[in-house]
Design a protein around this ligand. Structure first.
Ligand code: HEC
Length: 122
C-alpha cells in the first residue's frame, strides 16, 4: 500500500516537471515572436512611445526638454544614448517611463534594435 502511495507521489512530482518545462518553452516561443529586424519608426517605434511616453514628452509638455511625439525629437535621444539608457534603467539615466513599470522586454529590444540600425525615419 505504501509503495503504491509513494508511486503516486513520485509520479505526481515528475509530471509537474514537464509542465514547467513546457511553460519555459512557451516563453521562448514568445521571445522568438519578438521581431527585432526591419523595424519601422512609424509602425513599430512610434506606437510604443505613444502608449507610454508621449503624455509627458510632447511639444506642449516636453518633460526634461525631451519630445517624443515626432521623429526629430526621438532622433535626438536615440542619438545621444538617453532613450536606450532610460528605458533600460541604466545607471546615469532617469528611469523611464517615469513612475511606471519598465517597458516590456520586447518593446525595449525593439527600441534598441532600431537605434542600433541607425534609427531610420521610415
Ligand atoms: C509621467 C511622466 C513621464 C513619462 C510617462 C515618461 N517620462 Fe521621460 N521624463 C519625464 C520627466 C519629468 C523627465 C525629466 C526629469 C528626469 O530626467 O527625471 C524625463 C526625462 C526623460 C529623458 C531624459 C533622461 C536622461 O537621463 O537624460 C528621456 C530620454 C525620457 N524621459 C524618455 C522617456 C521615454 C522613452 C518614456 C516612455 C517609455 C518616458 N520618458 C516616459 C517624465 C516622463
Amino acid at each position: 500500500m505504501h509503495k503504491v502511495l509513494a508511486f503516486f507521489l513520485i509520479s505526481g512530482f515528475l509530471l509537474t516537471i514537464p509542465a514547467c518545462h513546457y511553460s519555459n518553452e512557451e516563453d521562448l516561443l514568445l521571445k522568438d515572436r519578438c521581431v527585432t529586424y526591419d523595424l519601422s519608426f512609424s509602425d513599430d517605434i512610434a506606437p510604443i512611445l505613444q502608449n507610454s511616453c508621449v503624455s509627458c514628452h510632447n511639444t506642449s509638455n516636453p518633460s526634461g526638454g525631451v519630445e517624443l511625439d515626432d521623429y526629430d525629437g526621438v532622433s535626438i535621444v536615440a542619438g545621444n544614448g538617453s532613450l536606450s539608457g532610460s528605458v533600460n534603467h541604466q545607471d546615469g539615466f532617469s528611469p523611464m517611463p517615469q513612475g511606471m513599470m519598465k517597458l516590456d522586454s520586447c518593446d525595449i529590444a525593439r527600441i534598441d534594435a532600431w537605434i542600433a540600425d541607425g534609427f531610420p525615419d521610415n
